[in-house]
Ligand binder design. Sequence first.
Ligand code: AKG
Ligand code: FE2
Length: 241
Amino acid sequence: MPEPRLEGATGRFDKVAGDTASLAGKADGAGVAATDVWLDALADGLSQKAWIELDLSARLPVGLIEALRNEVEILDRTKAMEQAGIGRGTDLVKDRGVRRDRIAWMEGFTAPQAELFSFFEMIRLGLNQRLFLGLKRYEAHYATYQSGDFYRRHLDSFRGRASRVVSLVLYLNESWGLEDGGELRVFDAMDQNQVVGLVRPEAGRAVLFLSEDVAHEVLPAKRTRYSIACWFRQDEVPLPL
Ligand SMILES: O=C(O)CCC(=O)C(=O)O
Ligand SMILES: [Fe+2]
């Protein structure tokens, strides 16, 4: 019975679905229904194969990707980005043999970040409603990989920690060619030696995957590569990853 389910979905979702519709420039019922169908596809992708590749360029407000790229370019140029590590707090290890990117955590205060955060919030609620994941919040950072930088194969979360549950990576790079390298290599959730995807970090492309199950790796970039990584988490306060 699809109708009652959809009605229930939009009912519980009113505020967020409304935000999304206005983000997409259509505040009508069709916009809300289209968002529901899209969220269904995300949930299906995660539950069936643990990861999904997306094109968010038409889903995000016009100009947002460019505005975010401008922000990260400024952060990068002003040396406001810090060497990324592995782990958190006292467990944080900065190992340049594993990852070489630099990051800047997002606070959501600038207009582009606030718009992006309302989009993340819509995804958080949409996934909770469909997959009962109990995602309480999300955290996000910009990342820059300079030419030669990489991030070796890893999982974003360790099983059983109930911390990072769903990962989302959004790319911000215009005209990224094959010769630019820097693809995200995605491994099978069941067999970490089997490559199941190679995602070019082109502006508007994104990947969504289960943080505990899907190993992935950033191949060496051959020019500066900008992205945003976001993690939807089950814990209220940051626990070690
Ligand atoms: O930028 C990417 O493609 C993935 C980054 C990543 O795996 C991470 O930050 O954990
Ligand atoms: Fe990762």
